[in-house]
Design a protein around this ligand. Structure first.
Ligand SMILES: Nc1nc2c(ncn2[C@@H]2O[C@H](COP(=O)(O)OP(=O)(O)OP(=O)(O)O)[C@@H](O)[C@H]2O)c(=O)[nH]1
Ligand SMILES: [Mg+2]
Length: 459
């Protein structure tokens, strides 16, 4: 065989299609060469970026595996988001501080929502008495009309800001509602500060679309708000129409003097008392800044508790170490979304379903009988449990007996429906009391981290 054939066979044995593909084509011009080399450099850059991305996402997955994942569950208004805020205050105080002024606008909106409710009730009273031709039947006077009229600019602000926060689905009601996710905080952040000449003009120019003016308008209306809320006739009209604002979440009318001041800065307690309904599911990731386990990474998922939103919880059951289940003992109340359903009964039903869920067999459950202060106030006011829960029977109508009665029910379901035995962990909480809640959350955090570390075999 001629040598040239041998040579060509040996080069065939080390044939590399990739290097052939990268070899310059015959007769390549300088320009074509430049383009080819640039494309090769770009391919290397993209490949490196992908490698770095893969390493990063592997690291993130590893971190997420080691992080503590907590899911907050419970019916609407049970206090899930308030507990999350307490978590933030206790373990990421710097972050909490950075958000303080955002809450100012939420609290101002809560205050205006209560006013909106009063004005709607007064209007109802005027409409009814006028249509019945019995003007004298109402004790409301022309002074009340003047007060109501002077407060109407505030309502425009409330509508403007609420619509902005809830973007495509204006709430229209008396509860501050935001779109799912944390985007509303960015919007609030942008108008929590004073307007600057660099700011773009308000997109709509409509009243209330510049929320940084709320503080000024509230301060200007402060005396009228105090007069209206302090008026005995107004209170009796509200009473006669079964409107009990003091019991509603996000009630701040008793604090108008402070909140409507130009230099108002919300206290920790104000922030815990603020009401903003969660829509959809919010995932919060944070690393604890202080405390015994500083540096621990948490993923806390906060959900919307309304009945029609509960199916959205299920995708978040996977790989969660602990569920904090909020169940206020509001035995005298029914659900907002269904007046036939007693709130405690509803909590028990959700509890039964989730403790029995096989996806959550390994998850720790921590039951929080939240709103202890409200239970105490109702019992002290003589509200009888057996009137709402006949099976309570003739047990003593005191806080200890009521708590024990319901705790036994939750504990029995927990024992009966858990796929595997697990400890029943239970606390009575008052999420608006930051000190007592911090102590409980410290204990809860410690228990969860210990269990988690055991699971990862690092203890
Ligand atoms: N008095 C009192 N109010 C509380 C307590 N815990 C929460 N609240 C208030 O109850 C209201 C509802 O609390 P949220 O934390 O918004 O309830 P949620 O469970 O997140 O409700 P959704 O987002 O609708 O599912 C807020 O105005 C809180 O300030 C408590 O222990 N005592
Ligand atoms: Mg919430």
């Amino acid at each position: 065989m001629p040598d040239r054939f041998k040579a060509s066979r040996s080069s065939e044995s080390s044939f590399d299609p990739l290097s052939v593909g990268l070899q310059p084509p015959p007769n390549e011009t300088e320009e074509e060469k430049e383009v080819r080399l640039a494309a090769a450099r770009e391919a290397v850059r993209v490949s490196r970026t992908i490698d770095v991305g893969l390493v990063e996402s592997k690291k993130a997955m590893e971190r997420k595996k080691r992080a503590v994942k907590i899911l907050l569950l419970g019916q609407s208004e049970s206090g899930k988001s308030s507990v999350l805020r307490n978590f933030r205050l206790a373990f990421t105080p710097k972050y909490f501080e950075s958000e303080r002024l955002l809450w100012k606008t939420v609290i101002q909106l809560n205050l205006i929502s209560s006013l909106k409710k009063i004005l709607a009730v007064l209007q109802e009273e005027w409409d009814e008495t006028e249509s019945a031709g019995t003007k004298s039947a109402t004790l409301l006077t022309s002074e009340h009309r003047r007060l109501a009229l002077s407060l109407s600019p505030l309502l425009a602000f409330e509508t403007g800001i609420s619509n902005m926060l809830s973007s495509d689905s204006p709430s229209g009601g008396y509860t501050v509602t935001v779109r799912p996710g944390g985007g509303w905080k960015d919007k609030l952040a942008s108008f929590g500060r004073a307007p600057s000449s660099d700011d773009p003009p308000s997109p709509t120019g409509a009243p209330g679309s510049d929320p940084s003016q709320v503080t000024q308008v509230l301060a200007a209306c402060k005396d009228e708000i105090i007069s209206l809320w302090g008026d005995t006739v107004v209170r009796s009209v509200l009473e006669s129409r079964d409107v009990h604002l003091k019991e509603a979440p996000g009630f701040f009318l008793d604090d108008t003097e402070r909140i409507a001041a130009l230099d108002y800065v919300p206290s920790d307690r104000d922030i815990m008392r603020a009401r903003i309904r969660t829509l959809g599911v919010e995932e919060h990731r944070f690393v604890t800044e202080s405390g015994f386990r500083a540096g621990t990474e948490f993923f806390i998922t906060d959900v919307c508790g309304s009945s029609n939103q509960r199916s959205t919880w299920i995708p978040y059951f996977d790989d969660v170490q602990a569920i904090l289940f909020l169940a206020p003992l509001a035995f005298w109340q029914s659900l907002d979304e269904d007046a036939k359903v007693n709130r405690v009964q509803d909590s028990l039903e959700i509890w039964r379903e989730i403790v029995g869920n096989p996806l959550l067999a390994k998850t720790a459950f921590i039951l929080l009988f939240n709103k202890k202060d409200i239970l105490q106030a109702h019992i002290a006011a003589g509200v009888l449990v057996k009137k709402f829960v006949p099976s309570f029977g003739d047990r003593p109508n005191d806080v200890a007996s009521v708590t024990k009665y319901f705790r036994d029910k939750f504990s029995a379901y927990h024992r009966k429906f858990s796929p595997e035995p697990r400890p029943f962990i239970f606390y009575e909480t008052e999420a608006i009391d930051t000190k007592s809640t911090a102590i409980i959350l410290g204990e809860v955090q410690e228990q969860i981290i210990r269990n988690h570390m055991k699971g990862l075999d690092v203890m």
